[in-house]
Design a binder for this molecule. Structure first.
Ligand code: ADP
Ligand code: ZN
Length: 616
């Protein structure tokens, strides 16, 4: 299976090299024929051979010039053959020829013209022809490099990519959000007349290989517009001192092609926050970034150019990039869950011949944490394995082998979570979810996931507040703390040990409890005193550490710490108690989570309610 959309081999480049090889071969062939026609069709003989032929009376006729002698002689087999030989200053030649009655004539060769044509015009014409073919291909409609010789950087232009949304599987939310961009690109002016606020910049956020490039390409494909892509690192790395001018060139080109999509991959390479590396200021990158911002502000949205950018580290981006009128739309392209992986596998499997023992669902279950690019690789690899064995279809064993290889490769890069880790994460998140479900003060659970995101979070429980509350009671706050402890408590109940996975939970819980005690006057012992100003950072202020607490007596400080740890301990016990009472639900939820990886609100409700019915 050919992976057309792979970043490393842009489509245009592929075509380009294929074509140039064909033309090169053709050219070499032509050159060879040209050479052989003019030089080897006649027998080249030496002058002495020629004289010998004359003396043997075998030369029938010849033409003399100051550079060569051409003619016809009788071969050994009696047939007439043409010959050519280099002319030598020989005063006896004419005498010899007359003596042997050779019919001869002389010509004055005007060699400069033939020299010019064969020595210069033809070879150069030929080279020019080759160059013309190449550059034409490069500029051609099938894609390739453009701005050749002008902006001197690699931009891949893909005139109307043939990728469609149907080629992007399992990213339904992202596709829905991007639909608007497609509508806009189809007819920018009409879109604006109808009152839509035209999009300008769209930031795709997600791990490598999740299909961000593919999605951007599909957006162009759906709208039927050209797709210009460049990588952020190329902007900065290739030539020093021209980053800004390259941005200008890029936008000029884009405006000419509009409506179109400009896709900047790895935008963090140029868009890194200026605050983050104020120590080592990088002028080159800063100028490039400033130019990009200026260009984005510079054109109004009726121009019909959409800038799409991809990153897997949105947190390092300069906030200026995210302001209104720039990349103000951010679309998360998540790692796929089981169903997503199944859908992606199905897209890629279409291109190969499948044995009837292949169960795509099982394959999806075997590949947790893998992204679209990994899955595409697996299908490719499986097809290769089958081909090597001369099978006429790809079978389950090939897929299993391919998955094993892919996982082994990823293990080296530390990208695979181990099975026991996954189990721990499942129980941890289930713990959060069950307590959030049962305690009235906690926000309802929207989604529980054990699909790893990034490096730190192995799973998450997403809660959404039902409606905005302006007043939160102490009970509500303590319920929230219990939810945060749910993960750790579940780990303790099931595994009898706790892991570092609860660290973030602990920090958030501490923050809430501290606020309860010190800011809201909700603690009996501390009383109705605000000992810390709300919003003050406890750790660092401009003047030093913990300034706020300096006017508090030592005794109060101790009391605060005591109260905090008491409330924390109580909350933890409460969480643990609830989970112990609902251990069957914990088991059930964790098992389901391990299987499905993502559980939504309704599914959680089903588990929680169903069990209750069973007991009664
Ligand atoms: P990213 O830009 O996020 O690093 P790419 O778009 O380059 O990822 O994805 C690389 C390849 O992986 C794609 O060309 C495609 O073959 C495959 N792929 C990734 N995500 C998907 C998906 N959702 N559906 C189908 N194929 C996918
Ligand atoms: Zn947690």
């Amino acid at each position: 299976m050919e992976n057309k959309d792979n970043k490393q081999t842009p489509k245009g480049i592929n075509n380009f090299s294929k074509f140039s090889v064909i033309y090169l071969l053709l050219g070499i062939l032509m050159f060879y024929m040209y050479q052989s026609y003019f030089t080897t069709q006649k027998t080249t003989i030496s002058y002495s051979q020629f004289k010998k032929l004359v003396s043997e009376n075998r030369v029938i006729k010849c033409t003399l010039s100051d550079r060569y002698i051409k003619g016809v002689y009788k071969g050994k087999d009696g047939k007439n053959k043409e010959f050519i030989t280099v002319s030598v200053k020989d005063p006896n030649l004419v005498k010899d020829l007359e003596a042997h009655k050779v019919n001869f004539s002389g010509t004055v060769t005007n060699t400069w013209l033939t020299n010019l044509i064969f020595g210069w015009v033809l070879p150069f014409g030929f080279l020019f022809f080759l160059w013309w073919i190449m550059t034409k291909k490069m500029r051609g409609t099938s894609g390739g490099l453009f701005g050749f010789g002008k902006s001197r950087f690699k931009v891949y232009l893909n005139e109307k990519p043939d990728v469609k949304f149907s080629d992007v599987a399992g990213a339904e939310e992202a596709k829905q959000e991007i639909e608007e961009v497609v509508e806009y690109l189809k007819d920018p002016k009409r879109y604006q007349r109808l009152g839509g606020r035209a999009p300008k910049g769209v930031l795709l956020v997600g791990a490598p290989g999740t299909g961000k490039t593919l999605l951007a390409k599909a957006t162009a494909g759906e709208a039927g517009t050209p797709f210009i892509s460049i990588s952020g690192s190329e902007f900065v790395e290739m030539f020093v001192g021209v980053g800004a001018s390259r941005v200008r060139d890029l936008f000029n080109e884009a405006k000419k092609l509009s409506p179109c999509i400009v896709f900047i991959d790895e935008i963090d390479a140029i868009g890194k926050s200026r605050a983050l590396n104020s120590m080592s200021s990088n002028d080159e990158r800063e100028q490039t970034l400033n130019q990009l911002l200026a260009e984005m502000d510079g054109f109004d949205s009726s121009v019909g150019v959409i800038i799409m950018a991809a990153t897997n580290r949105p947190e390092v981006l300069d906030p200026a990039l995210l302001r209104p009128g720039r990349f103000d739309r951010q679309i998360i392209v998540d790692k796929p869950d089981v169903n997503g992986r199944e859908a992606i596998l199905k897209v890629h499997i279409k291109k190969i011949k499948l044995g009837n023992d292949v169960d795509v669902k099982t394959l999806a279950q075997m590949t947790p944490g893998l992204v679209g690019a990994d899955l595409a690789n697996i299908v490719n690899e499986a097809a290769l394995l089958a081909a090597r064995e001369n099978k006429d279809a790809v079978h389950m064993e090939h897929f299993e082998e391919a998955i094993e290889r892919q996982l082994a490769g990823l293990k080296k890069k530390n990208r695979v979570i181990k099975e026991d880790e996954k189990r721990r994460v499942a129980y941890h998140e289930s713990g959060h979810a069950i307590i959030a479900y049962l305690l009235p003060g906690a926000d309802p659970v929207h989604k529980i996931s054990i699909v790893p995101r990034g490096l730190s979070a192995l799973g998450y429980t997403q809660q959404l507040p039902t409606d905005e509350k302006y007043l939160i009671t102490k009970e509500d706050m303590l319920d929230k703390v219990a939810v945060l402890f749910g993960g750790r408590a579940a780990e303790e109940i099931v595994f009898h040990t706790v892991s570092t996975g609860a660290q973030n939970d602990l920090m958030r819980a501490t923050d809430i409890v501290r606020a309860v005690v010190t800011q809201f006057g909700m603690d009996e012992k501390i009383g109705l005193v605000v000992v810390e100003k709300p919003g003050a950072t406890r750790f660092l202020t401009s003047e030093g550490i913990m300034k706020e607490k300096d006017d508090i007596s030592e005794k109060t400080k101790e009391l605060i710490d005591e109260e905090i740890s008491k409330i924390m301990q109580n909350s933890y016990e409460k969480a643990k108690q609830i989970l112990l009472e609902n251990k069957d639900k914990l088991e059930k939820l964790a098992k389901m989570l391990l299987e499905k990886e993502i559980i939504n609100e309704e599914e959680l409700k089903l588990i929680m309610e169903e069990d209750e019915d069973g007991k009664d």
